[in-house]
Design a binder for this molecule. Structure first.
Ligand SMILES: Cc1ncc(COP(=O)(O)O)c(C=O)c1O
Length: 447
């Protein structure tokens, strides 16, 4: 009955989205351009709303339904939509033109700012996406070390490039997509972040001369916001030094998300290379590989053995450079707000879990500071490990949760998403009220 009523309510208020979805599935594979953007709603015979505009943390769809946005452009919009400083700079820049394919003042300015903010970044190379940045960082590592293998964490998401799209999804068969080489052919090894150091050490010792790099998100973002144990990160740093391999941090999500600057500075584990994107590009298409001068310099075309990275038409996209510079300028001014949203996110996670546990519900919240994920499960779990959560994930329950949230004016993805500097207690209180209303009903469904 609940499902039926929620669907009825949803469709009634989304007449234009309904017909646009019908058109979309005819012309786009699955109606989408990024796999998670359907919110799993087709599993319960619904579809995602088509968003037409955003302001601050409100987004409106083409049927004029409004939502408080917890997705914030794949975590990229820490200032919310259309921040005045960013939009004014973008408007000014649009008047000058939007694509030259040349060197640009702003690319040097943004590179200098990132270098100034982060001791581990001595030089950078821009590209257009996080996906490209992790692919290029891996290539640089292979070239620099003259070794073959890249080690990554299971569940770690570095974009869907052919280099690293391995063991992202449960049950970690090493074959995340048809069309990819096998793990062995691709030269990739994987480990669990919950493995102890001895296990990882053994894995590395099996290939004493072959490890080019270990790449890891210091907080597994897409997986659910799981901070990797700092001792484990320190250990990875030590073993890479010992093996003449490189440590690569994927800070595409964590860069400038929890503090002004990279997360690595906070935990004082400085990798050889760092991948960035999202916030640093101000919410426009951007990827960055930064790190040791001697490694990044391998991409210098003057270098007779240069590593070919970043041949992109839109590399260092002029608008992304402007948006990135202005975003960093603005978050620098507001840097004291980081601790507020970090606390807000932590308290949201705690409140969610208290409610889920007290009522024995099939949900569990994970996250770190301003990153929040609600996992929809097959059965209630208390104190689960990350792998228990993916093992017990229930996509239909997640779809119904998403639908019920949308019906109540909340836009999340991937089990909610992240907080921006604009989210306040009042938003969190409303989200909690909604969760307390709907989650017991949704939990009782036998999907
Ligand atoms: C940690 C991480 N690395 C890499 C990527 C890929 O970045 P992009 O989507 O900009 O290609 C993402 C995207 O979500 C990410 O979360």
């Amino acid at each position: 009955m609940f499902l039926h009523k929620e669907l009825e309510k949803y469709f009634k208020k989304r007449i234009r989205s309904t017909s646009l979805w019908e058109e979309s599935v005819k012309v786009l594979a699955g109606g989408i351009s990024h796999n998670i953007r359907n919110l799993n709603l087709p599993l319960i015979n619904a579809f995602p709303p088509f968003i037409k505009e955003g302001q601050g943390i409100t987004v409106n769809d083409i049927d004029n339904n409004s939502y408080t946005d917890y997705w914030c452009g794949h975590y990229a919009l820490i200032l919310g939509h259309k921040h005045p400083t960013v939009i004014n700079a973008l408007r000014e820049h649009l008047e000058l033109g939007w694509h030259f394919g040349t060197v640009l003042e702003n690319q040097t300015r943004l590179a200098s700012q990132i270098i100034q903010d982060n001791p581990g970044i001595e030089k950078v190379r821009f590209c257009t996406s996080g996906t490209e940045s992790t692919m290029y960082a891996s290539r640089l590592a292979r070239a620099f070390t003259k070794k073959r293998l890249i080690i990554k964490a299971r569940m770690g998401w570095h974009g869907a490039n052919d280099t690293l799209c391995y063991d992202v999804r449960y049950p970690f068969t090493g074959q995340d997509s048809v069309g990819l080489l096998s793990l062995e052919e691709a030269g990739v090894l994987t480990f669990d972040i919950q493995d102890n150091m001895e296990t990882i050490d053994l894995l590395i010792k099996n290939y004493p001369n072959d490890i080019a790099a270990i790449i890891i998100e210091p907080v597994l973002g897409g997986g659910g916001g799981f901070p990797v144990d700092i001792d484990l990160l320190k250990f990875l740093k030590e073993v890479t030094i010992k093996n003449n391999s490189l440590l690569i941090f994927d800070e595409v999500i964590t860069g400038y998300r929890f503090r002004y600057g990279l997360y690595q500075n906070l935990i004082n584990v400085i990798p050889d290379l760092t991948c960035m994107g999202k916030i640093v590009g101000g919410g426009l298409p951007c990827g960055i590989i930064g790190g040791r001068d001697d490694v990044i310099e391998m991409a210098n075309p003057q270098n007779p053995n240069r590593v070919w990275i970043g041949g992109g038409t839109f590399s260092a996209n002029p608008l992304a450079m402007v948006a990135g510079l202005k975003t960093l300028e603005e978050v620098r001014k507001q840097k004291f707000e980081y601790s507020r949203i970090n606390k807000l996110g932590t308290s949201l996670k705690d409140r969610l879990n208290s409610f889920f546990q007290e009522n024995n519900l099939k949900f569990y919240a994970t996250g770190f500071n301003s990153l929040i994920t609600i996992h929809s499960l097959n059965r209630p779990l208390s104190d689960p490990l990350p792998l228990d959560l993916v093992n017990e994930a229930n996509k239909k329950r997640e779809a119904l949760l998403n639908l019920a949230l949308l019906n109540r004016g909340i836009m999340g993805m991937h089990g909610i998403g992240s907080l921006s500097l604009l989210h306040q207690d009042i938003h969190i209180d409303y989200l909690m009220d909604v969760i307390e209303e709907i989650s017991p009903i949704i939990s009782s469904f036998e999907f």
